[in-house]
Design a protein around this ligand. Structure first.
Ligand SMILES: Cc1ncc(COP(=O)(O)O)c(C=O)c1O
Length: 412
């Protein structure tokens, strides 16, 4: 099987040749990844050459609009959906906020929705607030030991009249990859639609959203090598059925229905750089033509294989320590390399101590307050989270392990 060319990959990210970052190993990718070069270049070009109101009939404006359309259509193609099924908002939290307003008008009092206690608050709180409108909010709960979201508990919840199921592709602290296609199939069979938070998954390889079957799939471009944007796929049948949240005269345009604010033109255009990067990865590693979905799948598998190989030694090391609790699966295959541990002390000072060794990671609750509470974690202490993606090297992981050895040997 083709393996990821790490030297090529890292050359696509300006941060790795930035002198001020030399010697720093970056392990807070789940907070926000490094942007790839095509994104940085496109953003700079837009501000330099194209920063005008787009879609007007003069050359520079047409270029600006075309670049925004390009971002939407190329990312859509990789995910197997139509261009206007992709829309942009300031962040995923803002996108779910707007979506919840739309569902508020679509659901009827007495209808039920399902939320989990595995989600980041962005895909949880806004939905729970619908209870104020007479919506029954059912909680799909994780195992308090492992953080696992048990599929077998879902049918019983769906049977209670659920019309919407909100869940994460993987949590930003548990990191276990949930069986999205199976969950969606169960939901659809029960007549419910699905809203999947893919924020913690998409950086590990953009998924084939059409293949997964999700009605709504959300992710954050700034954690997926791009600028600070939230990206949402809303499939047409649901998007046109939900009440329009944009200007009334734009209601026929699916990608404008859930973006009430004027969009950030430059950042949307720069998102085409994510597609450039993924396509560039494909051409570097594989020969021959392929559809965008096939290219996306091949690059996804390449990235996943690289990060799984890097993650396993870290998971083995952490699982063998008896002074900490590793959250989520011990096998790298079934999880994202977003590795949270509960320590015998507060996490944030440990992150600070690691920084002195050139290891950049974070400690706290990462807005995953509900899952951490359900796991019995003391929120004052929080968790230490070490998260990486495919561009992380085995050498950096070895440095992380060596630094943990040093920092954790001092008594709590
Ligand atoms: C799993 C997950 N969902 C949602 C969000 C919220 O994304 P945004 O910062 O784009 O609002 C985050 C942010 O950390 C996250 O990790």
């Amino acid at each position: 099987m083709t393996q990821l060319d790490l030297a090529f990959t890292r050359a696509q990210f300006p941060a790795f040749s930035e002198p001020s970052l030399a010697g720093q190993a970056f392990f807070e990718n789940a907070g926000g990844s490094y942007p790839c070069r095509p994104v940085v270049d496109r953003l700079a070009r837009f501000y330099r050459e194209r920063k005008v109101q787009p879609y007007a009939p003069y050359a520079v404006s047409e270029l600006a609009g075309a670049e925004m359309d390009e971002a939407r259509s190329r990312l859509a193609a990789i995910m197997g959906v139509e261009g206007d099924e992709v829309s942009f908002g300031p962040s995923t939290s803002t996108n779910t906020y707007v979506l919840a307003q739309a569902f508020r008008g679509w659901l009827k009092p007495g209808d039920a929705i399902i939320v989990t206690n595995q989600d980041h608050e962005a895909n949880s709180g806004v939905w729970r607030r619908l209870a104020a409108d007479g919506i029954r909010v059912l909680e799909w709960r994780i195992d308090p030991e492992t953080g696992h979201l048990p599929l077998e508990a879902l049918p019983g919840l769906l049977d209670q009249g659920a019309r919407l199921v909100c869940f994460p592709h993987c949590s930003n602290v548990v990191a276990e990859i949930n069986p999205v296609a199976d969950i969606v199939a169960l939901a659809h069979a029960a007549g419910a639609v699905t809203c999947v938070d893919g924020v913690s998954y998409a950086p590990h390889g953009l998924p084939d959203v059409a293949g997964l079957g999700a009605d709504i799939y959300l992710f954050s471009a700034y954690k997926t090598y791009g600028p600070h944007q939230g990206i949402m796929v809303i499939r047409r049948s649901l998007g046109m059925a939900l009440p329009n949240q944009g200007h009334y005269f734009n209601a026929d345009s699916l990608y404008k229905r859930f973006t009430p604010a004027g969009p950030d033109h430059a950042q949307i255009a720069a998102c085409a750089g994510i597609a450039d990067y993924l396509d560039g990865c494909y051409s570097h590693h594989f020969a021959g033509g392929a559809t965008p979905v096939e290219r996306g799948r091949a690059v996804h598998d390449l990235m996943r294989a690289a990060e799984v190989a890097c993650a396993q030694p870290l998971l083995d090391y952490l699982a063998a320590r008896n002074d900490l609790r590793l959250i989520g699966p011990r096998r790298a295959q079934g999880r994202a390399p977003t590795v949270a541990v509960v320590l015998d002390r507060a996490a944030e000072p440990v992150a600070r101590a690691l920084a002195a060794h050139g290891i950049n990671c974070g400690g706290g609750d990462f807005y995953a307050v509900r899952p951490l509470k359900a796991l019995g974690v003391d929120l004052e202490q929080g968790v230490l989270r070490m998260s990486f993606v495919h561009y992380t090297s085995a050498g950096e992981v070895a440095r992380l392990i060596a630094a943990l050895d040093l920092v954790l040997q001092t008594p709590a």
